[in-house]
Ligand binder design. Structure first.
Ligand code: NAP
Length: 242
């Protein structure tokens, strides 16, 4: 069996990625933080798509929890390893920097940046030993161009883009690729407070994107078709730049 792990697979983009990975033959480990019911729904959708998966609960920003849960999984699967990792778990806490409290900053950095570090480190060794792996980081347009009200989120996503490029150079020789996908406005719980009608005029394709449109690109990067691509950031944003 081939294994893939999607952090934040219980909802939104992570759910669409989890379901789409079935088409590449992966048994999908669906990570979630607290929303077991929604994570269970992702498993149902995986089954409806003809695949298999399991739930794996941990908080990506808790390094001890990440190590404990992943080590336990590895102990129970001694012959196997997770060859595809999608670092998708993320939060935003938008506020103008003038009003930004330590907690706004810390929470967003902890989840979006530290989460990438803890989970990737936990899986990296087995990818290197097995000389195959695919790491795909979900970043954001906000981390490329910066967005007002998102100094914390832009900083976290830009940092993950830098880490993507550095890690790609560290481990390319071991046939492990590291890439990032940068969505623009995608219809999920994260953007439900935004009014698509107000914002769509600034998007050349004149609409928000769907989680499935992001999942297509992630699955391309997880597949053999992307074998000579590493250290890249691919935008999925309907043409929305500066
Ligand atoms: P979403 O609908 O709000 O879902 C967030 C997911 O992340 C949930 O599955 C949630 O788990 C999980 N999560 C949050 N904190 C976590 C933690 N500490 N540990 C483990 N899991 C955690 O978000 P989304 O819109 O799908 O976003 C997915 C990714 O795309 C994020 O990295 C986001 O920054 C990025 N992105 C989104 C957009 C957009 O327009 N939607 C644009 C650019 C980038 P629970 O269900 O357990 O809470």
């Amino acid at each position: 069996m081939k294994y893939a792990l999607v952090t934040g697979g219980s909802r939104g983009i992570g759910r669409a990625i989890s379901v789409k990975l079935v088409t590449l033959g992966y048994h999908v480990l669906v990570n979630f933080k607290s929303n077991r019911e929604e994570a269970g729904r992702t498993l149902e959708l995986i089954a409806e798509a003809g695949g298999t998966g399991e739930l794996i609960q941990f908080n990506v920003s808790d390094s001890q929890q990440v190590d404990a849960v992943i080590n336990k999984w590895s102990e129970e699967h001694k012959e196997d390893y997770i060859e595809v990792l999608v670092n998708n778990a993320g939060i935003r806490k938008d506020i103008l920097m003038m009003w930004m409290e330590n907690k706004h900053w810390r929470d967003v950095l902890d989840t979006n940046l530290d989460g990438f570090f803890y989970v990737t480190r936990a899986l990296l060794k087995n990818m290197l030993v097995n000389r195959f792996g695919r790491i795909i980081n979900i970043v954001s347009l906000s981390g490329i161009k910066g967005l007002p009200g998102q100094v914390n989120y832009s900083a976290a996503k830009a940092a993950v883009i830098g880490a993507t490029k550095a890690l790609a150079q560290e481990i390319g020789k071991k046939n492990v690729t590291v890439n990032a996908v940068a969505p623009g406005f995608i219809k999920t719980d994260m953007t439900k407070d935004l009014n698509e009608n107000d914002l769509k005029n600034m998007i050349p394709l004149n609409r928000f994107g769907s989680p499935e449109e992001v999942a297509e690109v992630v699955c391309f990067l997880a597949s053999g078709k992307s074998s000579y691509i590493t250290g890249e950031v691919i935008s999925v944003n309907g043409g929305l730049y500066t």
